[in-house]
Design a protein around this ligand. Structure first.
Ligand code: SF4
Length: 441
């Protein structure tokens, strides 16, 4: 029997990349690869890259340079680049860094086995097409490996919105939704393998419109169908665009028992002037009205958001409008960044805000968001919440899980094990997590 080959995947960026890395490992599993946590003993290294940060491509080149010694020590080592930088840079990667054997864009992962075979034959392999075939269908899972209690499931990819700061429409292509039956089959398979919570992923997930047995289904219909999957206890979805928050999805937040009371709904700015320049096609007011409707449907809904400060031409008044919107919403969690240019996007060409000013605005915004997050977390003390336990904590006898609202929760208990969903009374609130006690069933 030949020894398995070892695969080291380094994943950058979003949850969709985490999901894609799992699928790539499964695809290469069919070629006799098992995963390793160390680049040093790998037969193949894959960097699954993200284009969202400033100088993303340069960072990938410098990371690749670090593998020179490994390749010299093991000439059979194959090095590949996947993800959004692979899509954006294409052949240029192999030209600038001859160590690279394989470049694969996010739409072509199902072709990895044949690409890997090509590299073993001593050739370079490049595929950054946007093929018509369904890559998910072609990505064959390994036989029923046990999974942890939570999993991502990609239902939609790509985006047609063309926000002025974002590379996704260029790197992931146009919006595509997977058919309903394939998603339900994958969800049942995940549940059989131990998964109890599924987060549906898409760059624009609430624009989902996959083919169902009787025409296209909305995301809400898909969620209701998943609600009927026995053994699945929780459903989440991310990332949403305010303009695609359809009535049936708002209603699902009121009525669908397994849909969790947490919604990540990026707004990016509270200034209509900046939102227009960002090509966001919603206003601060329409966003706030939407949140009112969502909270009317589900009063305890925890909101999460994304913010960009220092977008080109943002004035102090524009920034004040963002702070006012944050005050109005009261976020349970948020991600905030300084604007950084992404080559090829419209905003990269515009007059930029001074870096020190961006730093100052980011600090002020984050201070406000942290206060809100902490206040909402502290308000959980004394309440009973559902917690899905995921793994042992750092201390002996400790278990860690996530609340319905996505707070990290610790308990001291020898009763619960990973995969248990229990009622927990929250006893205290720390900087980043809650502590509680498991209540009798
Ligand atoms: S909606 Fe999201 S993914 Fe689409 S262009 Fe805008 S920021 Fe990018």
């Amino acid at each position: 029997m030949t020894a398995p080959k070892k695969l080291f995947i380094k994943t950058y960026g979003c949850q969709m990349n985490v999901y894609d890395s799992e699928r790539m490992a499964e695809a290469l599993g069919g070629q006799g690869y098992i995963e390793t946590q160390s680049a040093e003993d790998a037969d193949m290294i894959l960097l699954n890259t993200c284009h969202i940060r400033e100088k993303a491509a340069e960072k990938v080149y410098s990371e690749l340079g670090r593998f020179r010694g490994l390749k010299a020590a093991n000439p059979d080592l194959k090095i590949g680049v996947a993800g959004c930088v692979a899509q954006a840079e294409g052949e240029e990667i192999m030209r600038r860094q001859p160590l690279v054997d394989l470049v694969v864009g996010p739409q072509s992962y199902h072709r990895l086995p044949e690409m890997e075979a090509k590299t073993r034959a001593g050739e370079k392999a490049l595929d950054t097409d946007f093929p018509e075939e369904d890559k998910f269908e072609k990505l064959k899972a390994r036989p029923k490996a046990k999974r942890g209690p939570t999993a991502f499931l990609t239902v939609q990819e790509g985006c047609d919105k063309f926000c002025a700061f974002c590379v996704v429409p260029y790197t992931r292509g146009a919006e595509v939704s997977r058919p309903v039956d394939r998603i339900l089959t994958e969800a049942r398979d995940l549940v059989e393998r131990g998964v109890r919570e599924i987060t549906l992923l898409g760059q624009n997930v609430n624009a989902y419109h996959g083919a169902g047995p009787d025409g296209d289904w909305s995301l809400a219909r898909l969620i209701w169908a998943l609600n009927d999957v026995d053994g699945l206890e929780r459903i989440r979805f991310t990332t949403s665009h305010p303009n695609d928050m359809a009535d049936d999805l708002i209603e699902a937040h009121a009525d669908c028992p397994k849909l969790m009371p947490y919604l990540h709904l990026p707004v990016q700015s509270g200034s209509d002037r900046i939102l227009k320049r960002m090509n966001r096609s919603h206003t601060a007011e329409s966003y706030l009205r939407l949140i009112e409707r969502l909270r009317a449907a589900r009063p305890d809904l925890h909101m999460s958001g994304d913010f960009i400060v220092g977008f080109p031409e943002e004035t102090e008044q524009d920034f004040q409008d963002t702070l006012a919107l944050v005050e109005a919403v009261q976020y349970g969690s948020a991600f905030s960044f300084k604007y950084s240019t992404r080559p090829g996007t419209p905003a990269a060409e515009r007059p930029q805000v001074d870096e020190a000013e961006k730093d100052d605005r980011l600090q002020r915004l984050q201070a406000l968001l942290t206060r809100q997050q902490r206040a909402l977390q502290d308000a959980m003390v004394g309440r009973e919440v559902g917690v899905l336990f995921e793994k042992p904590g750092r201390l002996p006898g400790q278990m860690v899980g996530k609340s319905d609202y996505l707070h990290a929760v610790h308990v001291d208990s020898d009763v619960v094990v990973p995969g248990d969903l229990a009622r927990v009374r929250i006893l205290s609130s720390g900087p980043n997590s809650l502590a509680g006690e498991v209540l009798p069933r």
